[in-house]
Design a protein around this ligand. Sequence first.
Ligand SMILES: [Fe+2]
Ligand SMILES: [Fe+2]
Length: 197
Amino acid sequence: MFLSVLNISRETCLKLVEKYVSPEGQKHLFNVEVAMRALAKYFNEIKPGSEDEHTWAMCGLLHDIDYEQITGKENMEAHMQEHSGPLTQKFLKEIDFPDDLIRAIQSHNEVQNIPRDSQLAKALFAVDGLTGFIVAVSKVMPDKKVASVKIESVLKRFKEARFAAAVNRENIFTCESELGISREKFVEIVLESMKKI
Ligand SMILES: [Fe+2]
Ligand SMILES: [Fe+2]
């Protein structure tokens, strides 16, 4: 499916993020933003002009816009039911975000039952899990920095079921089934992008 090309500036998107997400919560959004930009760039190198890097990056930046405004994680079931639902739509409409891109964002929460019917939606789903996993790996590094994380250590940690057990590996591995990117390459692209911020 072809999606809209976003013509809303990063500045406008960032203002919305700052309105609804705490500085602590913003860190995850910046990680997903850079990873989505890097992934769009990767697809553009394979097939020039196929994906819009700004659109991908902004969907990454905004994907959890409602996260701190809905029921907290102390009630996980309610939290997951509400996440990426009507409130996401309402917030994104404040900046006139296109409906098809809102749907693509909402599809990253499988509970919403919205098909991942675009390359962008598939990428967002896989990237979301991997960025969180990489942050977890960085926390066990001696200096606790993403800069010190190696591709091999991420791949090794995937196999340790008890490590960052909350992160669903199957979601990350959809990079192979849905995007056609090996997990090694996927980790490389996302990790290298995160090291730049
Ligand atoms: Fe989310
Ligand atoms: Fe997320």
